[in-house]
Design a protein around this ligand. Structure first.
Ligand code: NAI
Ligand code: MG
Length: 353
């Protein structure tokens, strides 16, 4: 499998190195072989080439079957003009590859129930996926702008969805539900927004192709409550870009640490970009304390969805669970009586398992 490895900035570099270590361990033990090309994305690329997404990186990503990404940006660059922002490189890459389907699985590891600050009876058994549309909606709609006329300042954005955009993410949702527990929950705000009225209509039409999947609709405000109160009731949740942004961050906290959460962003050709949900964490970068499990689990998703390597993917996930069951923890998921490991030692432990 051809992989573009884009570690990016901050802890992105530290955690991606551990995922690469785990992939190499698979290859060394009669597993799949990988052709890995490393390239720069983010502040590191801007500092080296004056562009957060250099042409060579885009090329490597286009040639790859899977992209393993770390994180891009830092607090300083977040405040610079867009073209020089590390995170802007990632947005451009998503758009260039048309990565419209963003999957964020939220799984409550039984081994980690003690580490979460939430109530055990709520999160035990949680196993859901938020599917967020990633390339349209109010984040991209035009017209948009700010009028700074003194005393009459105003600003506007445009929420826009087309039939094709909604239909393809709906299909992705139904197909994901088919591979799981066959329940799809579509989230919108159809009581107020025209885009949501159309969204609901189109999801209902696509549903005719999937009579074996149970479909229900929820309003986004009600969904915010359901996610916190009874997250176990959900299998696949499909929603638009802005609702998905907010709901997926809320869902992320169900499992205790952002350091455990992988994600995948796929296009229609099953090329995917796989990355931990967290960012570059400048506060802990360079200290060998970041949790690499989100990155390692992202590599497992890559093996499954872009590499067709289901057995290898399951092996990686089983290795993570074994290391957790043996009581090894990074600082963010530390519990009394557990053994604390640094980033590299955690990577070594998973590779060995
Ligand atoms: P963040 O996810 O980097 O950090 C939030 C908090 O979680 C921090 O306290 C951090 O130490 C902790 N944390 C994150 N990952 C962890 C891990 N693997 N193990 C242990 N603790 C972990 O989010 P923040 O602080 O909002 O953003 C930092 C920078 O990252 C910003 O420049 C932001 O723009 C960028 N960012 C990039 C993303 C991407 O590349 N996809 C996503 C989110 C943020
Ligand atoms: Mg977000």
């Amino acid at each position: 499998m051809r992989i573009a490895v884009l570690p990016g900035d901050g802890i992105g570099q530290e955690v991606t190195a551990q995922a690469v270590k785990v992939l190499r361990a698979l290859s060394a033990n009669n597993g799949p072989q990988f052709e890995m090309t490393e390239a720069l994305l983010g502040d590191c690329a801007f500092d080296a080439h004056g562009d957060p997404l250099p042409e060579a990186t885009l090329e490597a990503a286009r040639r790859a079957e899977g992209i393993l990404f770390g994180a891009a940006g830092t607090y300083e660059s977040d405040l610079r003009p867009p073209e020089s922002r590390g995170g802007h490189g990632l947005l451009r890459l998503r758009k260039a590859l048309d990565l419209f389907a963003n999957f964020r699985p939220v799984y409550a590891f039984p081994e980690l129930l003690g580490a979460s600050s939430l109530r055990r009876e709520v999160i035990e058994g949680v196993d859901l996926v938020v599917l967020r549309e990633l390339t349209s909606d109010i984040y991209f709609g035009t017209p948009r702008g700010i009028d700074r006329t003194p005393g009459r300042r105003s600003a506007h954005n445009t929420m826009r969805y087309t039939e094709a955009e909604v239909a393809r993410v709906a299909h992705a949702g139904f197909q994901a539900a088919r591979r799981r527990r066959r329940q799809l929950c579509s989230v919108d705000k159809a009581n107020v927004l025209e885009t949501s009225v159309l969204w609901r209509e189109l999801v209902g039409e696509v549903a005719r192709d999937y009579p074996d999947v149970e479909l229900r609709h929820e309003y986004v405000d009600a969904m915010a409550m359901h996610l916190i109160r009874r997250p176990r009731d959900f299998d696949v949740i499909v929603t638009g870009n802005i609702f998905g942004d907010i709901l997926s961050d809320a869902a992320a906290m169900l499992t205790g640490s952002i350091g455990m959460l992988p994600s995948a962003s796929l296009n229609a050709e099953s090329l995917g970009l796989y990355e931990p949900v967290h960012g570059s964490a400048p506060d802990i970068a360079g200290k060998d304390i970041a949790n690499p499990l989100a990155s390692i689990l992202s590599a497992a998703m890559m093996l499954r969805h872009s590499g067709g390597q289901e057995a290898a993917a399951s092996l990686v996930e089983a290795a993570v669970r074994r290391v957790l069951a043996e009581g090894y923890r990074t600082g963010d998921i530390m519990e009394p009586g557990a053994t604390r490991l640094g980033t590299q030692a955690m990577g070594d432990a998973v590779a060995a398992a």
